[in-house]
Ligand binder design. Structure first.
Ligand code: ZN
Length: 394
């Protein structure tokens, strides 16, 4: 019974410390106000692309790791081989909190891992890092927790992608009016499609680009293999080129139909902006091309065509296209958006030091109270029971 009691006290203390660390000791931030895209010029991420340079990529796949504790079957070599056979130029293995080095001598190798071990699956994919970041918050995360994690992951030489944001409410739509410091969003994941979350970030004026991934967990049974992917515009498969394409939006996401032949996926020929007119040309006729702007509003819709030509006005703030083909394959393109040429600087969340100190002081007071109660409890337990105290009054 004594061991059980010690174990219960250890678990209780761990829970109290986690709670205090997450909700009282975490830095507090002041977030930049959501500001829709404005300016006199229209920024087009596809201005410099070449249509023969689209390379198919999957950044999110799990092999067996951590002695099988995490969700993943098969090994990294099997994953690389399977994607190679399907014509992918870039294929990462992104185990939880672990960077797999299989194939690190290959030109298209990108070190990758999925960050996060919290209960709501607030996960991030980190590409191009040499070491894993261990800071995370286990319980449902506040905006401050999420921003603190992003600040720890952020590095100019890597790419941070918010994974499957709509899954288990890992990220709320409302979070995207505030959060800063990430590059891309995994809008397309076989578990969940997160276009509303993406539009929330874009509507707040955050330059966030789309990623599609298989989030594969079972290469043995080829579960999810080749369902969703990202196309990046690069002239050779190098880490630097892929990361640069993702950071600047020279990429798009794809959901591939079950009967889609891997070698003949329709692609983007060009996306031009001339004045306020946007022209999109696809390699083949789409059943529908939908143009979406601020807060997910439909700007235009085209049917049975490979060309979409439309005008974008300042009140649209941004315009992104989604093309759906007859067989069900869909392409999700990055937005063109209004921009002020002078201010290319991205908004940043700043730590509110006074508020951080206030919460930490409160946290210390709660911790002190808990330790006092714990100490009193342990002392009382050590005292002999009352009935055994000799009675000297008689
Ligand atoms: Zn995940």
């Amino acid at each position: 019974m004594k061991i059980l009691r010690i174990l219960a006290l250890c678990i209780l203390t761990f829970c109290v410390l986690s709670f205090l660390n997450q909700y009282f000791f975490c830095p507090q931030f002041t977030f930049p106000r959501p500001e829709p895209f404005r300016g006199d010029s229209i920024l087009n991420p596809y201005a410099q692309i070449r249509s023969e340079q689209w390379v198919k990529a999957n950044f999110h796949a799990h092999a067996k790791a951590w002695q099988g504790v995490t969700n993943g079957l098969g090994n990294a070599a099997q994953i690389h081989q399977a994607y190679q056979q399907l014509g992918y130029g870039i294929h990462c293995v992104s185990n939880y909190q672990s960077i797999d080095s299989t194939g690190s001598g290959e030109p298209g190798y990108i070190p990758a891992y999925e960050h996060g071990y919290n209960i709501e699956k607030t996960h991030q994919l980190v590409l191009g890092e040499s070491a894993v970041e261990w800071l995370d918050y286990l319980l449902p995360q506040t905006l401050y927790n999420k921003q603190d994690v992003l600040n720890h992951l952020k590095n100019p030489n890597s790419v941070v992608i918010l994974n499957h944001p709509a899954l288990r409410n890992g990220y709320k739509e409302s979070d995207f009016a505030s959060l800063t410091g990430y590059d891309c969003m995994e809008v397309l994941n076989p578990s969940v499609i997160s276009t509303r979350h993406w539009d929330a970030a874009l509507s707040a004026g955050r330059r966030v680009f789309v990623v599609g991934d298989d989030d594969l967990h079972d290469i043995v049974n080829r579960d999810r293999l080749g369902k969703m992917c990202t196309f990046v515009n690069i002239d050779k498969p190098s880490k630097e080129q892929v990361l640069s394409a993702l950071k600047s939006g020279r990429s798009y996401g794809a959901v591939l139909a079950a009967d889609q032949k891997p070698g003949s996926v329709p692609y983007l020929e060009h996306l031009w902006v001339r004045g306020s007119t946007v022209e999109i040309l696809l390699s083949e006729k789409a059943a529908q091309i939908l143009i979406t702007g601020q807060n997910g509003k439909t700007i235009a819709r085209f049917k049975n065509t490979e060309v979409a030509r439309f005008k974008i006005s300042k009140s649209d703030h941004y315009a992104r296209a989604t093309a759906r083909f007859e067989n069900g394959t869909e392409l999700f393109f990055n937005p063109v958006f209004f921009s002020d040429q002078a201010s290319q600087v991205q908004p940043v969340a700043h730590e509110d030091f006074l508020q951080t100190i206030f919460y930490r002081t409160l946290g210390v007071a709660i911790l002190f109270s808990y330790l006092t109660l714990l100490g009193m409890f342990l002392v009382l337990k050590k005292l002999p029971p009352r009935s055994f105290i000799p009675n000297n009054t008689q």
